[in-house]
Design a protein around this ligand. Structure first.
Ligand SMILES: Cc1ncc(COP(=O)(O)O)c(C=O)c1O
Length: 420
């Protein structure tokens, strides 16, 4: 397996829209990938082509048959990319909506017992678990994460687990700290005490970083937002285990197979996800000799991870003649400097400056980042650290070391100008 060479990186960048220029603001470095990754050109083309088709699925005509075939192909593609040979994939309104739907179904469809979540989770899963646990008369236990690492280990869940734990929610990667959680080890700790617990995972922030492997997690639900993994806005994707899918859920009366999808599906949404899987497959073929599709996707995930690690290490420890964030005396990095759980994201604070001012100053220097405030989205990570805000710098594998150097130069100027 090889990594992403400079020549391959050029090819990678050519496959994405607006890679170095914002259509509203001109040239910029895009370090706001956690808010929404760049879109594949193939997704843009597919979206336009599919938007023009008037036909519906389920009719006896060539157009309808073609649409059904596209949906079937996309579901098979998702199975390979997520490594999910069992269960089923559905699309919904958004990642948040699907998390609510899966968690609601699990809370309402199980006997008395508890629901477990963790403080590190995005409010999408925490809010759904809080609301539906209460309605289902189940205690909702929220396990504390480790503010120092911005993550949580399986051991932290153990004191909260009881044999009647019916539902558990797990975050795969935090959009605030950027740190991942070992889903398989948390699920295994849960199953050791509550073997039949319905385990639902928020993979929304993890998916763009590759290395998805549902078969190895032993879970019941996995949700992503495709616009955060190179597709477009307007839909979410969920995988459900057969036993979660079998719980009572919303569907049309007497509908054969009790489908989970509500109303007519957007074939274009499915088709664009096939484009995403094709992209991972192509990248895997460039960095490995693998002939099997899944093996190429695994190779793509490894190359993505390695390239992102090179970029975040450059950001933290410096590149060329640019000092890294670790060498800037007024900068604090959330989750510590050398944290092996990091997935392409560095959140930081600058002493003596408000985070929104740093984001504005980076913007005026052509670098797009985002402020995370201690609000209902990010207070769970920032409050325990005593922080009112942070600057989120989020990368993807199509970013370059030259972009990191440009960012570090800007940070040096901003932090030096702010020094007393
Ligand atoms: C981990 C995580 N969960 C949930 C969400 C909400 O996703 P969406 O707005 O696509 O529904 C986000 C968005 O940033 C996220 O990062």
């Amino acid at each position: 397996m090889s990594t992403i060479s400079p020549a391959l990186l050029e090819e990678v960048r050519a496959r994405f829209a607006h890679v170095d220029t914002c259509p509203f603001d001109g040239p910029r470095v895009f370090f706001e990938n956690a808010g929404g990754a760049l879109t594949l050109n193939s997704v843009v083309e597919t979206s336009a082509r599919m938007a023009a088709i008037p036909d519906n699925q389920g009719r006896d005509n060539p157009a309808a048959h073609a649409l059904v075939a596209m949906i079937d192909k996309a579901k098979a593609d998702m199975g390979v990319m997520f490594n999910a040979p069992r269960g089923q994939f559905i699309v919904g309104e958004s990642g948040t909506e699907l998390l609510f739907r899966l968690i609601r179904t699990a809370c309402l469809g199980t006997p008395a017992g508890r629901v477990i979540s963790a403080t590190v989770e995005h409010p999408a899963s925490r809010s759904a678990a809080a609301k539906w646990a209460e309605i289902a008369h189940k205690p909702h236990i929220i396990v504390a994460h480790d503010p120092a690492t911005g993550s949580i280990d399986a051991e932290a869940y153990i004191p909260a687990l009881t044999p009647d734990t019916q539902v558990a929610t797990i975050l795969h990667t935090s959009p605030v700290s950027g740190m991942s959680i070992d889903v398989a080890s948390v699920a295994s700790a849960i199953r050791a005490v509550a073997p039949d617990c319905f385990i639902i995972v928020d993979g929304i922030q993890h998916a763009a970083h590759g290395r998805l492997d549902i078969e190895s997690y032993d879970i019941d639900g996995y949700v992503i937002s495709p616009y955060k993994v190179f597709s477009r806005h307007g839909y979410g994707v969920a995988w459900l285990s057969d036993r979660l899918a079998a719980l009572p859920h919303d569907h049309l009366l007497n509908a054969p197979g009790e489908p989970w999808e509500l109303g007519t599906r957007d074939t274009g949404a499915y088709a664009t996800f096939s484009d995403v899987v094709d992209y991972f497959d192509w990248l895997g073929g460039c960095v490995s000799d693998a002939t099997d599709r899944r093996a190429r996707i695994v190779a793509a995930g490894a190359a993505i991870h390695a390239h992102e690690e090179t970029l975040t290490n450059a950001m933290l420890h410096g590149t060329g003649n640019q000092t890294g964030l670790a060498g800037m005396p007024t900068v604090t990095v959330i989750g510590g400097i050398d944290n092996p759980r990091r997935e392409g994201l560095v959140s930081l604070a600058v002493a003596g400056m408000e985070a929104p001012d740093v984001v504005t100053q980076l913007r005026t220097r052509g670098i797009r980042t985002h402020t995370r405030k201690a609000d209902h989205y990010s207070g769970n990570i920032l409050d325990p650290l005593g922080m009112t805000g942070a600057v989120r710098v989020s990368l993807c594998h199509y970013n370059t070391e030259a972009e990191v150097a440009q960012f570090l130069q800007a940070m040096r100027e901003i932090t030096e100008a702010a020094m007393p």
